[in-house]
Design a protein around this ligand. Structure first.
Ligand SMILES: [Zn+2]
Length: 198
């Protein structure tokens, strides 16, 4: 199922509101507690051996960030295994993405291969929705709109404030249809565009 952007923005806002996090405040996904969903690091996973752990954490570490594993047949209980070798910014968005997959009852239908391992993932529409929702949960649209409308935007400062990567902010700007507005500001930058003096 593909959700529409206005609905996803509302869902992300509702999620933050439920947690009591103000629009301007940083949200740490590791502080969120959801009933019947546990988040653990790969090191804490007992089902695989040290050699396999090392392979997942070193050899193919860049290929995965977090994965959801159902713990019962009714898909009520879940564990999210996170790759603690990846940076915090990437893990934050990945944990939230997994939360949204589970909360929206996305089905693990696609078989994926990373390195020598096989796993299951979600359909691509659901991947897009969950990623969108995760980014919107971390970065409320009001903040993105305000940022784009500022005359001197400091993307690094905004990324720091919300604990995300600058790429995630750019993704939000693009998906909210504000990319041209954001980029067009350089047109008024006299250090970049000016007339050659005679
Ligand atoms: Zn996903």
């Amino acid at each position: 199922m593909k959700l529409i952007i206005t609905d996803m923005e509302k869902m992300a806002e509702g999620f933050r509101k439920n947690l009591g996090i103000k629009e301007d405040n940083f949200l740490d996904p590791l502080k969120i507690k959801i009933k019947e969903i546990e988040v653990i690091t790969l090191d804490e996973l007992k089902q695989i051996n040290e050699k396999e752990k090392s392979y997942l954490l070193n050899d193919v570490s860049k290929q995965w960030s977090a994965m959801s594993v159902p713990l019962d047949e009714t898909f009520k209980k879940w564990v999210i295994v996170r790759n603690h070798n990846n940076n915090k910014e990437r893990q934050s968005v990945s944990i939230l993405e997994e939360y949204w997959h589970i909360l929206l009852e996305h089905q693990l239908t696609k078989i994926i291969k990373f390195g020598k391992f096989y796993g299951r993932s979600f359909e691509s529409d659901e991947e897009h929705d969950a990623y969108y929702l995760a980014s919107a949960t971390l970065l409320p649209q009001k903040n993105i709109k305000n940022f784009v409308n500022q005359s001197n935007n400091n993307i690094e400062a905004l990324a720091m404030k919300f604990g995300v990567s600058t790429e995630l902010i750019e993704y939000r700007i693009k998906r909210l249809g504000l990319w041209s507005v954001y980029k067009s500001k350089f047109l008024f930058d006299k250090t970049r565009i000016s007339l050659i003096k005679d």
